[in-house]
Write a protein that binds this ligand. Structure first.
Ligand code: MG
Ligand code: MG
Length: 239
């Protein structure tokens, strides 16, 4: 899983470097796929079962789009907020990671949303310790997001990850400390705060994949695949 995570991180780093006004999300998808294949991995999202088999390597979401956006010939614009999610399979093991980024110069509201969402992920990871429970992780994320006046969705959650991209347990971005499954060393979770500015509610767009905020407000998404150990949480999706 560490190797899958390393490959995935390299793909995401290349996508990050390519993000600028005028680039299409389809071009970003090609960059990610080329790197994953060159390094001996396979795109985990490609062909993933859904309303139609998922057709690409990354999810690319712009502004009010939260997750599962399909890359296309749409160009990024200065000031957009773009969210990129990517998964890699290497020798039968999966890693899953995502980031959001402003395109060019962004306004203060976009930057605050990015900062709050990334910090929510960091705080959630810090709770991923042996003996803690899923609710401790979930509550840390929810508390930080709601303290800043933002919202977490209820229908989309973090998840166990390993030989499959989506395994148990579900790890919601909301919860109650002390509740839920006990975390033990070796458990690997894709922790992924999704944050919406105006509402916890979402809607699925006409392509039947893209999930957006129900009110059209901005959203951001950060994700790492993280292992519980005997000590510090181990992030597997770093370069
Ligand atoms: Mg993901
Ligand atoms: Mg995930």
């Amino acid at each position: 899983m560490r190797e899958a995570g390393r490959i995935n991180a390299q793909a995401l780093a290349a996508v990050r470097d390519a993000i600028r006004p005028g680039v299409t999300t389809g071009a970003l998808d090609k960059i990610a796929e080329d790197i994953i294949r060159k390094l001996g991995g396979k795109p985990a999202f490609l062909g993933y079962p859904g309303p139609t088999p998922y057709p690409a390597t990354i999810n690319a979401c712009i502004n009010e789009e939260m997750v599962h956006g399909i890359p296309a010939d749409r160009k990024l614009k200065e000031g957009d907020l773009v969210s990129i999610d990517c998964g890699t399979v290497f020798q039968g093991f999966v890693a899953d990671s995502a980031f959001s980024l402003g395109v060019g110069a962004v306004n203060g509201e976009v930057q605050k949303l990015l900062d709050v969402t990334e910090e929510a992920l960091r705080l959630g990871i810090q709770q991923m310790r042996s003996g803690h429970r899923v609710g401790d992780v979930s509550a840390a994320i929810q508390r930080h997001v709601e303290e800043h006046g933002y919202h977490v969705p209820r229908e989309y959650t973090g998840h166990g990850v390993g030989r499959q991209m989506h395994e148990g347990p579900q790890v919601p971005n909301y919860g109650i400390p002390g509740r839920g499954m006990v975390l033990r060393p070796g458990l690997t979770i894709a922790l992924e705060p999704m944050v919406l500015v105006g509402t916890p509610h979402t809607r699925v767009l006409g392509d039947r994949w893209t999930v957006a905020s129900a009110d059209g407000s901005l959203t951001a998404h950060f994700e790492h695949t993280v292992a519980v150990t005997d000590g510090e949480p181990l992030i597997l999706t770093l370069p």
